[in-house]
Design a protein around this ligand. Structure first.
Ligand code: EPS
Length: 366
């Protein structure tokens, strides 16, 4: 059985939900690890005041017994504390009483850069709230919780995945990043940036060149591009390889007592859509957040007249959160590829198959 993940949940609805299926039975799930990842996702300089309302905690409704997976779908829930301020506006049922609280008035001012206008047209809505609640990056919370569990599965076969911020705007050092975020906030503007995810200990042979849907580089690109606000994805040196001659672009093959290895890793650990035993290295570029306190020009969809876009509480930047989200997205894809390769309904079968494979190939983690 392969791994699969579905999520549901609106930003100010009652809760965010994920169902992660295909985990082997017997995996010990560390609750503290999940909550540490949830908390990392919430932190970061330049986040919205919303983060002072939310303290994301994980609830497990199914698939786990006394801390171990049962080999059945794992059902995860993260509640939205802010929902109490939206009890009328985001009530799943027809609300009783007079409109009150947040979300009571329709949103009619689409933001350039957001899904607002196209979502409205696509679904025949009148209220942009019906679009933005799901288009919001809020539901990445439960996605991170599920991805955090897949990091724990990968750890059983010695794979460690970690994400980091490379750049916010044009700033590349922590001091410069903080100064850039302070400046953007003062100027009522927002910033994007670049994150990198590295997976260590990945054996050769995950993914496949046989069909395009199985190419792991393609799956990783989709996983990154599927995250809100990501407009670019790179594997290894990515776009820079296009400027190099072949003699300088590829990773030469060597062999020592630990087995095969490469002198360089420009390919980001993937050749032909298959891992090659080097670290898997990917990057994602995030555009600036589209909710601006000094709004761009737009049109009021209620009147058809020129207007300024919606202004509401938002982040100045969420690049640090993206590093955690991308890390868990990459972990999910690697765990899925590992599960496809090594199979196993029980954790010991999965790990045993991995070990037998390592004995056959001439490769060891470095
Ligand atoms: C978001 C807007 C902000 C962010 C939110 C994503 O929420 P609000 O509109 O309630 O202030 O804080 O992200 C989260 C709540 C989160 O936990 O990541 C958006 O429009 O995407």
């Amino acid at each position: 059985m392969t791994l699969s993940l579905v999520t549901a949940g609106e930003s100010h609805g009652p809760a965010l939900v994920a169902i992660l299926s295909g985990l082997p039975a017997g995996l010990v799930v560390d609750r503290k690890q999940i909550e540490a990842d949830l908390s990392r996702r919430q932190q970061g300089y330049g986040r919205s005041p919303r983060q002072q309302i939310e303290h994301d905690e994980i609830e497990v409704l199914a698939g786990l017994r006394q801390g171990k997976t049962l080999g059945t779908p794992l059902a995860l829930v993260v509640r939205n504390r802010d929902h109490s301020n939206w009890a009328w506006g985001m009530n799943p049922w027809p609300p009783e009483g007079e409109p009150e609280g947040k979300g009571a008035k329709p949103v009619t001012l689409p933001r350039p850069g957001h899904a607002d206008l196209s979502g409205l047209q696509k679904h025949d809505f009148d209220d942009i709230r019906d679009v933005l609640e799901r288009a919001s990056a809020r539901h990445t919370a439960v996605f991170v919780a599920a991805g955090s569990v897949t990091k724990q599965l990968l750890r059983e076969i010695g794979i460690e995945v970690s994400g980091e911020v490379l750049q916010i705007g044009i700033a590349t050092t922590e001091n410069a990043m903080h100064a850039a975020i302070d400046r953007a906030r003062r100027e009522q503007d927002t910033l994007g940036g670049i994150v990198q995810v590295r997976a260590r200990g990945v054996p050769p042979g995950l993914g496949s060149y046989a069909d395009k849907d199985d190419r792991l580089d393609g799956r990783l690109a989709q996983a990154l591009m599927g995250i809100q606000a990501v407009k670019g994805a790179e594997i290894g040196e990515g776009f820079a390889l296009a400027r190099l001659p072949g003699s300088e672009a590829h990773d030469e093959i060597f062999r020592d007592e630990l087995g095969y290895y490469r002198g360089t890793n420009r390919a980001g650990g993937l050749e032909g859509g298959v891992t090659n035993g080097e670290d898997v290295v990917v990057r994602a570029a995030m555009k600036p957040i589209p909710t601006l306190m000094k709004p761009l020009r737009s049109v009021d969809v209620a009147t058809g007249e020129p207007a300024e876009a919606l202004v509401e509480r938002s982040d100045t930047t969420a690049v640090e959160a993206l590093a955690v989200i991308a890390e868990t997205a990459v972990a999910f894809e690697l765990a899925k590829a590992a599960k496809e390769k090594f199979g196993g309904d029980a954790l010991d079968d999965f790990v045993g198959s991995f070990k037998a494979y390592l004995e056959r190939i001439d490769w060891s983690p470095r």
